[in-house]
Ligand binder design. Structure first.
Ligand SMILES: Cc1cc2nc3c(=O)[nH]c(=O)nc-3n(C[C@H](O)[C@H](O)[C@H](O)COP(=O)(O)OP(=O)(O)OC[C@H]3O[C@@H](n4cnc5c(N)ncnc54)[C@H](O)[C@@H]3O)c2cc1C
Length: 292
């Protein structure tokens, strides 16, 4: 089946890209790696007239880290770059692992972490960890720059807080809190080659054996990746025993509202939220205790 015809431009600056988006109007799409977008065009799910590539914009692929301000991942930084970046592997190992276990090597060398977020699939593998670590999207638009916490960024399958003509220029992640540990566990039909049927990201902050703070995010079990606030509340301020972890995992599962689709049935997903939450919390606790 022939692909619909479209124009392609590669601006050299964010300002030029914003101007192109404003000129192109509704039938314009941003393209980064194209690993989601071109599949949708190929399958005739989208019919854009103009694609505005971000790949020609100098410096937009930068990844920077400092201990005070934390991590910044530029919009065109590849999944492969994030997976192998020395500072990310050292200070944000779960962010690196999630990027490194997304898709296959070919897709990781084309696709971006920011594209994975902007595509807003509830099952996207890079969202749970970044949301658990309190990441923020930096957004450029006709009115200037604004920031939106990932908590508030996702509004439905394929829907984000982005207004027409806006571009996510980067994702920022605060420095990991002292005494914190993180983990991401996912399950999918074809090992890592397809999006997850369930994914759970966790960040816990420990003081001795007590959990002083926790953020728990479940992917693919609701219209958007979601924090499980009841489970978080059950854990916060308490000794993080295995029994409490199991009870919180059950509570997390009850907070979700999965559907049955090609990836898994709803009952299987409910069960797996509980199983993967136990694994994510246990591993995050282990990492946090190792740092004490
Ligand atoms: C074979 C295969 C396997 C895959 N496996 C997985 C997997 O295991 N796990 C997983 O999570 N994903 C998987 N994916 C999906 C995909 O690779 C990722 O979502 C990828 O990270 C998207 O990044 P991209 O740069 O290619 O985005 P693009 O396809 O270029 O863009 C995706 C969407 O985001 C928008 N967009 C991109 N960048 C910006 C920006 N900076 N600002 C605003 N909007 C923007 C685009 O307009 C488009 O709507 C797979 C894809 C394929 C083809």
């Amino acid at each position: 089946m022939p692909v619909s015809r479209f124009e392609y431009i590669a601006p050299k600056s964010i300002e030029e890209a914003l101007a192109a988006l404003a000129r192109g109007g509704k039938e314009t799409r941003i393209i980064a790696g194209g690993t989601d977008l071109l599949v949708k065009i190929r399958h005739r799910m989208l019919f854009p007239r103009l694609l505005v590539s971000l790949k020609g914009i100098d410096g937009l692929n930068a990844i920077t880290f400092d201990r005070k301000n934390g991590l910044t991942i530029g919009a065109t930084a590849l999944l492969a770059d994030v997976a192998t970046h020395p500072a990310i592997r050292r200070y944000y190992p779960t962010v690196a692992e999630a990027a490194g276990s997304t898709a296959n090597v070919q897709v990781r060398n084309m696709g971006t972490v920011v594209g994975n977020l902007c595509n807003a699939s509830p099952s996207a593998d890079n969202i749970p960890t970044l949301m658990a670590m309190d990441a923020t999207a930096v957004i450029a638009g006709p009115e200037g720059y604004r920031r939106v916490a990932l908590d508030q960024f996702f509004q439905g399958p394929g829907l984000t807080a982005l207004a027409a003509g806006e571009i996510v220029t980067a994702i920022t992640v605060p420095p990991p809190p002292a005494g914190s540990g993180t983990a991401y566990h996912s399950i999918s039909q074809r090992s890592k080659l397809d999006c997850s049927a369930v994914g759970v990201g966790a960040m816990v902050v420990m003081k001795a054996q007590d959990c002083t703070a926790v953020r728990l995010v479940v992917g693919a079990c609701a219209p958007v990746p979601m924090r499980t606030h009841k489970a978080e509340k059950m854990l916060t301020g308490k000794p993080m025993t295995d029994a409490l972890v199991r009870r919180a995992a059950q509570a997390a599962s009850e907070e979700t509202s999965p559907i049955t689709d090609v990836r898994a049935s709803a009952p299987y997903r409910w069960k797996m939220v509980s199983v993967l939450t136990i694994r994510a919390l246990t591993d995050a606790r282990k990492m946090a205790l190792r740092k004490q």
